[in-house]
Design a protein around this ligand. Structure first.
Ligand code: ATP
Length: 306
């Protein structure tokens, strides 16, 4: 009996393994179906950027069919202006930047740059026109110079140095023995989050895109680094159409318009002062953050006094 049982048991094992493999293939194709890579449409032409006017027109989007993430979002970023998007975690802020880059496409509505629907242009021309400073910059395992020059390969040494100065990473470069030739990454220098972000800013300054998307880091930076990065970002966004995905309200005060996004809907919009006067969600968020900062300052003060 045992002799008969063993092969059956083995067959059972094989059956389970094969079944699991089939389930894995099914799951994989479901994942691939749910995240299809956005392709250029036949005959897509290059985006022609004249002034860098960005518009979202009644944009609806969902990652999966059961839940709308953006529900009828419309806004306008006139050439050279800055619009900041704030709102609770999960509101859909970073999703806006993914749609601008066309990692995904809206299910309804459209996004235009200088009147051209971005769904109908080539992705390469769109990504040339938009510069992104992401939340977490991944550096290449290469030199510091390579990582900055990645913004524009044709840049000469003087241009790289100027971009580094504007991004306030020049003093860091000067402090390492090999300067721009220093290796970074796994087998080289380890850069802090703030240093990496400044390399990304220098890269974007070299790229000089018509439209800039800043996805602010959620991770806490110390106040000094934060101020330095803010200065660098202010410089790169000056006179350039900019969308700031903001996780800290202190960085949005000077935006031309602030959008408060909640559960995929713009629930308030206006300038910083206008929104404070309204005493709605934005002013509540502002007061809450101010209180949190005051407590953090107090704690730092008592630590320093110990
Ligand atoms: P945070 O401030 O925390 O970064 P956010 O406002 O930027 O949040 P998004 O990253 O845009 O939020 O995410 C919006 C919603 O979409 C979240 O509920 C998130 O779980 C969901 N989501 C994000 N990416 C995907 C994805 N690839 N597949 C499925 N759901 C996703």
């Amino acid at each position: 009996m045992i002799q008969l049982y063993q092969p059956l048991n083995f067959m059972g094992l094989v059956y389970r393994e094969v079944k699991q493999a089939i389930i894995d293939i099914d799951m994989m194709s479901a994942i691939l179906r749910s995240a299809p890579e956005v392709q250029d449409r036949p005959g897509a032409e290059a985006l022609v950027v004249s002034r860098g006017h960005l518009r979202f027109e009644d944009v609806w989007f969902r990652y999966d069919p059961k839940r709308d993430i953006l529900r009828g979002v419309s806004f306008d970023v006139p050439p050279g202006k800055t619009v900041a998007v704030v709102g609770p975690s999960g509101a859909g802020k970073s999703t806006l930047s993914r749609l601008m880059f066309r990692f995904y496409e809206p299910h309804r509505g459209r996004i235009t740059v200088d009147g051209q629907d971005i769904a109908g242009v080539t992705q390469s021309s769109l990504r040339d026109a938009i510069g992104m400073v992401p939340q977490d910059t991944v550096l290449f395992n290469d030199t510091l110079g390579y990582n900055i020059r990645y913004g524009r390969w044709a840049a000469d040494e003087a241009e790289v140095a100027e971009a580094a100065r504007l991004a306030q990473i020049d003093r860091f470069v000067a402090s390492v023995p090999e300067g721009y030739r220093a290796q970074v990454g796994e087998r080289g220098l380890k850069l802090s989050g703030g240093e990496k972000q400044r390399v990304a800013i220098a890269r974007t300054i070299l790229k000089a895109p018509a439209i800039l998307v800043l996805d602010e880091a959620t991770s806490a930076l110390d106040t000094f680094t934060e101020r330095e990065i803010q200065d660098a970002l202010d410089r790169v966004s000056r006179g350039r159409t900019t969308v700031v995905i903001a996780h800290r309200l202190s960085t949005v005060v000077n935006a031309d318009e602030i959008l408060v996004l909640d559960k995929g809907v713009i629930v308030e919009r206006g300038t910083h002062d206008g929104l404070l006067e309204r005493r709605g969600i934005y002013s509540a968020m502002w007061n809450q953050q101010r209180e949190a900062e005051a407590v953090a300052d107090m704690l730092r003060g008592s630590e320093a006094g110990d």
